[in-house]
Design a protein around this ligand. Structure first.
Ligand code: HEM
Ligand SMILES: *[C@@H]1O[C@H](CO)[C@@H](O)[C@H](O)[C@H]1NC(C)=O
Ligand SMILES: *[C@@H]1O[C@H](CO)[C@@H](O)[C@H](O)[C@H]1NC(C)=O
Ligand SMILES: *[C@@H]1O[C@H](CO)[C@@H](O)[C@H](O)[C@H]1NC(C)=O
Ligand SMILES: *[C@@H]1O[C@H](CO)[C@@H](O)[C@H](O)[C@H]1NC(C)=O
Ligand SMILES: *[C@@H]1O[C@H](CO)[C@@H](O)[C@H](O)[C@H]1NC(C)=O
Ligand SMILES: *[C@@H]1O[C@H](CO)[C@@H](O)[C@H](O)[C@H]1NC(C)=O
Ligand SMILES: *[C@@H]1O[C@H](CO)[C@@H](O)[C@H](O)[C@H]1NC(C)=O
Ligand SMILES: *[C@@H]1O[C@H](CO)[C@@H](O)[C@H](O)[C@H]1NC(C)=O
Ligand SMILES: CC(=O)N[C@H]1CO[C@H](CO)[C@@H](O)[C@@H]1O
Length: 323
């Protein structure tokens, strides 16, 4: 009843249902159903991160890929079956990893409270908790109550996940399609302050930018020379480099410092400087406290994309397979 009121109020105030995405999620959704759910996930996530400092980046990217395809419904976690090729097997997903860790964390929650906590919420919370380990406080609020989808299609991942070769116009369209604006685009791109990329995602900028064996003139030449020592060829798909060199494990606003030195790794990063509006957001986000506050806000919006709530979907028993 309260949710219905909220949705109604939303429609009255904003006039469109579209701006009310996320209605149905709430704070501490599991408090009466599985009191310790969030604590179990936090504890389990912290244990894993202590052993593997690359997990925060993996979980954060996985959550993003989940939300951009069919909403945050854990469709990214489903495995391919005999009659369906899942999102996981799409090219942009080939470099995702850590699925087994999410599956294990879910199994720990399941031991305590079977059939109560969705995989979509486990992923959203684990991503937040993993990134937050270095701060010893949650970096953003995660509302809960998501339910799990039953469909995962490779074609939809290929259509919705933004490509690192995108220009500004394409990126803005792609984000707008998810009800995210230019500000969200610039703020969420700041996630590239942690983690690594394979050379193939930017090799064209080093070796064959316009098809004449040339380099991308918008990439810092000194940095390009360094990257060439790391990436042996255009199609090197095994070597990785940190996206925020020097602090690739630290979640901070250094991504924007690097970006302004023309050292953003992808064309999609560099694209944020090609528009006066987004470029001015980049300048604002050099301020770390501003970045953290805005990242929290945008993550909440991303985490609410087309979520399944109420009786929609299911609570998956195991994250890699539908019930
Ligand atoms: C704006 C459009 C975006 C594009 C085109 C893009 C593209 C990419 C690409 C190509 C990689 C490297 C994958 C690899 O080769 O291993 C990557 C890594 C990553 N992305 Fe993005 N991304 C975008 C937005 C985001 C957003 C919104 C988030 C999260 C909020 C995010 C989080 C990450 C993280 C954390 C990594 C590092 C993963 C790891 O170290 O395993 N990205 N991204
Ligand atoms: C935290 O997790 C570890 C294993 O992941 C488990 O052994 C321990 O009992 C957990 N502690 C609490 C308080 O849940
Ligand atoms: C699910 O697929 C992944 C590869 O995408 C594989 O490593 C894993 O073993 C599969 N899990 C199960 C239970 O089949
Ligand atoms: C896919 O195969 C499973 C059995 O492996 C079956 O239960 C399901 O109905 C099939 N789905 C479709 C869409 O054909
Ligand atoms: C926009 O989102 C829809 C799903 O809502 C998806 O099917 C479509 O491929 C997306 N298009 C782009 C350009 O991202
Ligand atoms: C951006 O990329 C799209 C798709 O590749 C292309 O159609 C468009 O012309 C590009 N826009 C600009 C301004 O380069
Ligand atoms: C560079 O691009 C051109 C045009 O697409 C292509 O013909 C050539 O084979 C590429 N060179 C390499 C080294 O991939
Ligand atoms: C990586 O590149 C090699 C050689 O071009 C190719 O055989 C292999 O399939 C590629 N691997 C992936 C995961 O794309
Ligand atoms: C290239 O990067 C260096 C730091 O590595 C910086 O000092 C320089 O200003 C950058 N050049 C441009 C054109 O951004
Ligand atoms: C982590 C993961 O599931 N990677 C898969 C991505 O897709 C390729 C096929 O396109 C699979 O071979 C990988 O296992």
């Amino acid at each position: 009843m309260r949710n219905q009121c909220f949705i109604l109020l939303c429609i009255l105030v904003f006039g469109v249902v579209g701006t009310c995405h996320g209605a149905g999620l709430k704070k501490n959704f599991y408090v009466n159903k599985c009191r310790d759910a969030e604590a179990i996930i936090k504890n389990a996530t912290e244990q894993r991160v202590a052993k593997d400092p690359t997990l925060p980046a993996k979980f954060l990217r996985m959550h993003f890929h989940d939300c951009f395809v069919r909403g945050c419904d854990a469709s990214i976690l489903l495995n391919t079956t005999a009659n369906n090729t899942a999102e996981k097997d799409a090219v942009p997903n080939q470099t995702l990893s850590g699925f087994d860790v999410i599956d294990n964390i879910k199994a720990e929650v399941e031991k305590k409270c079977p059939n109560v906590v969705s995989c979509a919420d486990v992923l959203a919370l684990a991503a937040r908790d993993a990134v937050s380990v270095q701060f010893r406080r949650p970096l953003w609020e995660v509302l809960t109550g998501r339910r799990d989808g039953t469909v995962s299609r490779i074609s939809e991942a290929l259509a919705s996940i933004p490509s690192p070769f995108s220009n500004f116009t394409t990126l803005v369209r792609n984000f707008a399609n998810q009800s995210l604006n230019v500000r969200d685009l610039v703020v969420l791109s700041g996630a590239h302050t942690i983690g690594v990329s394979h050379c193939v995602a930017f090799g064209n900028r080093l070796y064959n930018f316009t098809g004449r064996g040339d380099q991308d003139p918008s990439l810092n030449a000194t940095y390009a020379a360094f990257l060439k020592t790391q990436c042996q060829s255009l199609s090197d798909n095994t070597t990785t480099v940190p996206m925020d060199p020097g602090s690739g494990l630290t979640f901070d606003s250094n991504y924007y410092v690097t970006l302004k030195q023309n050292k953003g790794l992808f064309q999609s990063d560099a694209a944020l400087l090609t528009n006066t509006g987004s470029s001015s957001v980049v300048n604002q986000l050099l301020n770390q406290n501003k970045f953290f506050a805005e990242f929290a806000r945008s993550m909440k919006r991303m985490g609410a994309i087309r979520v399944l709530t109420g009786n929609a979907g299911e609570i998956r028993k195991k994250c890699f397979v539908v019930n």
